[in-house]
Design a protein around this ligand. Structure first.
Ligand code: XMP
Ligand code: MG
Length: 185
């Protein structure tokens, strides 16, 4: 599909609601890691806005370190690629790793990342995702912290893209296909 055929649709989750929910997640995570530290591994590119906001709401007493995972993306498609490549996986041996994901759909991306991190000797592994698409019963990945459960819609904004566009939007929107109504003849 041509990126020009897509348009930003209605707001699904406004920025203020995202901010409040992240404060709650950061609070829970801070409680769970109290007295220790964690390595926040943000999955690029989509997780970068969420990761940045999440770590800044965590308890300053926790020793937080950050690194990034680069997983394969959808390209211009809006259905799962079902194939995951990881470029330059960071060292995780004996670390308490928290994977920071933007969105989980089929769970294949996350399943593959979790397997890799466990195999590389992480001491512990948990995962936080901002968005969890409902209705996927056959997943084999583990989700420890979930921001919002959403319907099976393609969403953009707050780090999430369509064809590398719309990552900068502060709210999360549904992506509409087809020409904008005002452009229709
Ligand atoms: P799976 O199916 O492996 O897919 O759980 C997870 C990855 O697919 C991308 N994804 C989306 N990206 N809007 C996006 O911008 C969406 O609605 C969406 N659904 C899945 C995303 O990269 C995620 O990590
Ligand atoms: Mg992603």
């Amino acid at each position: 599909m041509n990126p020009n055929d897509a348009a930003i649709g209605r707001t699904l989750i406004p920025a203020a609601k995202i901010r409040d929910r992240i404060a709650g997640l950061a609070h829970r995570i801070s409680d769970d890691y109290a007295g220790g530290g964690l390595l926040a591994l943000t999955v690029l590119r989509g997780g970068f806005v969420f990761g940045a906001d999440l770590i800044r709401q965590m308890d300053p007493e926790i020793a937080v370190q950050v690194d990034f995972l680069r997983a394969s993306s959808y390209g211009d498609r809006t259905t799962s690629a079902g194939r995951v490549d990881v470029a330059h996986p960071p060292p995780v041996e004996d670390r308490d790793v928290l994977i920071v994901e933007d969105i989980v759909d089929t769970g294949r991306t996350l399943e593959s990342l979790q397997e890799r991190i466990r195999n590389h000797g992480a001491r512990s592994l948990r995962t936080v995702t901002l968005l969890d698409k409902e209705g996927r019963a056959d997943r084999r990945c583990t989700l420890d912290y979930v921001g919002f459960r959403i319907p099976d819609l393609f969403v953009v904004g707050y780090g999430l893209d369509y064809a590398q566009m719309y990552r900068h939007l502060p709210d999360i929107h549904v992506l509409d296909h087809g020409p904008r109504p005002e452009e229709s003849p």
